[in-house]
Design a binder for this molecule. Sequence first.
Ligand SMILES: C[S@@+](CC[C@H](N)C(=O)[O-])C[C@H]1O[C@@H](n2cnc3c(N)ncnc32)[C@H](O)[C@@H]1O
Length: 338
Amino acid sequence: MPRLFHARTLLTVLRTGNPRARLRATRDAQAAVRLHLGAAGLATGVLDAVAAGPGGTTELARRLGVADEELLGAFLAVLAAGGLVRGDPAHWALAGAGRAVVGDDLVRATYEAFAGFHTGLYRDLGELLAGGPRRRDVAEQGGVIARVSAAFEPFVEDVLREVVAAAPPRRVLDVGCGTGLQLATVLAAAPGAEGVGVDVDADAAALARRTLEERGFSGRATVVQDDVRRLTGDRPFDLALLANVVYYLPVQERAALLADVAARLAPGGTLLLVTTVVTPQLFSRHFDLLLRAQEGAMSLPAVDELTTALRDAGLRPREPRRIAPGAPLVAVAAVLPA
Ligand SMILES: C[S@@+](CC[C@H](N)C(=O)[O-])C[C@H]1O[C@@H](n2cnc3c(N)ncnc32)[C@H](O)[C@@H]1O
């Protein structure tokens, strides 16, 4: 198509405002459209339908039970412009980028989480600032939160294996064990060890039992559904794991939790704390805001706050370490003096 604008006019347009801000706004807008396009491609089932077998718009409308075929055609054209599908109204197929979305649960969960509650936070922020009801994402979106967090799992596993190799534990406590994957990693790395997973959430506890059973650890592991602060049992643990849990507790309850877990350690035992911390990074601040907007006084801890609380609990914290590239995810191992 021939060009009809002059470079001079383009310059005038850019000069009437802040060119950098205008370009940035345009880039952000395009990223937002791409995010919501991918999310809608998944939420509507259109990408999965095309993945199940190429077809024309009419055929796809039939398979999906779509009433407005014309709108579906326009949506498929957007997906094509966004590089997720290719073809034309007579024959749509998945493009390489579309296959990568459909076939990777982490990508799927990322679209779902970020087009959903992560950005929903900002859509509803005015209402929240006006004193409206707090959000319930953590309570209601546990599944997708766990799927997105899976991205960091390999880094956490590295740390777990390193801690186990340095001091092989006989008894392991996993506080807030979630799906039980980390307890399974520890039990695999420490073949003689027994483990107790505790999680206050019934679904998480059930999931952890299933994970441990599937991995062949039911003989060496018990999962208790309860608040760790009510956990009874007198035999001490050599290793206690507290991964991605502290920020769910109000600041004023964290020191007591750490002291409570420290009190369950045998002399020389290790408490391994893994958590996202507050840093000046955009994602860290965003996550902190998301937590503060929830019901239940959640917020990201600062590294110093953690090391102080660990010392106050009678432990000797080692140097906190960043464990995943580009993410404010930190591990601190703290030892109970023998
Ligand atoms: C984000 S998940 C982390 C799961 C797992 N540790 C991981 O890193 O993947 C946090 C878990 O801690 C549990 N939790 C929070 N406070 C708890 C408490 N006081 N006692 C036991 N579990 C708790 C929640 O139910 C949730 O399953």
